[in-house]
Design a protein around this ligand. Structure first.
Ligand SMILES: Nc1ncnc2c1ncn2[C@@H]1O[C@H](COP(=O)(O)OP(=O)(O)OP(=O)(O)O)[C@@H](O)[C@H]1O
Length: 296
């Protein structure tokens, strides 16, 4: 079993932004979802784990090795798909993978060739292996990103916002690919898309303003809220008054009418019906409660 232990991690950028504020998490084998809005601090956490930037306080250990003291220990067993890959050089996918494999220390040519061929097959890019990555579509690039992350059989795989900008078909394809990676490694999926976490991850954390505000199994977190989510349709003009009085989780426009979701132990008002709680309700209630806690 691999164990990634993050303890009291803090990161303050030179402009004074506290991107990580005492993050503590233990992550073991399997798919782990890190959910948070833009700016919550997910990329800062991912980059620190990937040893691309140093923390200002706290520690990260992987299987007992402190990554600050022994960055090579983690780099050797890490696959990372960053949010922004930057500019791709104008070489074929196959050549680029070969180059990255050399950088990752896979020096045996036969081994390299075998790994690259099998990863190109796995990511459904074999037919495109002679094409330059800069001509690939968004979805193909992300699949290429996974192929390069999987080179060298890593024990931790970090994917940062991988489905942003993908069309529904490519997004499905990408998520299926992630789910095939297996349970023998740690996969951290950082995303702001609730459904990505729901279907795929056995464990998750919600991040907001540099803090972990909730952790657990998605199904268990949803079960905790069951029986407390109420919904009703109303005119938009009624909303301010409802927001004033009730704990509104979210509002959505459905066929021209505003559908409001409210958290309450009992029926909050006339006309409300008990709704099936979902992970989106967990996410919204946690972040709303964190904001009111921070603003107190
Ligand atoms: N290099 C940097 N210098 C200064 N501030 C930064 C830097 N990188 C991130 N930040 C700030 O730190 C906070 C957390 O950013 P981070 O990119 O980690 O969040 P995120 O959850 O990954 O969001 P996104 O998905 O938008 O990247 C934000 O307020 C961001 O503006």
């Amino acid at each position: 079993m691999n164990i990634l232990k993050i303890e009291n991690l803090t990161k303050i950028y030179p402009n004074g932004v506290k991107a990580l504020d005492g993050v503590t998490l233990t992550i073991t084998n399997g798919m782990f979802g890190l959910l948070g809005a833009n700016g919550a601090g997910k990329s800062s956490l991912m980059r620190t784990i990937a040893t691309l930037q140093q923390q200002d306080g706290g520690s990260v250990t992987f299987n007992g090795h402190d990554i600050l003291l022994k960055p090579m220990e983690i780099r050797r067993c890490l696959g990372y798909l960053p949010q922004e890959f930057g500019v791709y050089p104008k070489v074929s996918a196959e050549k680029l993978l070969d180059h990255i494999a050399v950088l990752k220390g896979i020096t045996n040519k036969v081994d390299r060739k075998q790994q690259i061929e099998s990863l190109l097959q796995q990511t459904n890019l074999y037919a495109h292996r002679k094409k330059s990555v800069h001509t690939f579509s968004g979805g193909m690039r992300q699949r290429f990103g996974i192929a390069q992350a999987l080179l060298g059989a890593p024990k931790i795989i970090i994917v940062d916002e991988p489905t942003a900008g993908l069309d529904p078909e490519e997004r499905n394809r990408f998520l299926n690919l992630l789910s095939e990676i297996g349970e023998q490694v740690i996969v951290i999926l950082s995303t702001h898309i609730v459904e990505d976490v729901h279907g795929l991850c056995s464990k998750m954390a919600i991040m907001d303003q540099g803090r972990i505000i909730k952790t657990g199994e998605p199904a268990a977190l949803v079960a905790e809220l069951q029986g407390q989510v109420w919904t009703r349709g109303m005119d938009r003009e009624q909303l301010p008054e409802i927001k004033e009085r009730l704990h509104v989780i979210s509002t959505r426009l459905v066929s021209g009418k505003t559908q409001v979701r409210v958290k309450s132990a009992d029926m909050p008002d006339t006309g409300f019906e008990l709704a099936q709680a979902g992970l989106e309700d967990v996410y919204f209630t946690s972040t709303i409660e964190n904001k009111s806690f921070v603003n107190q």
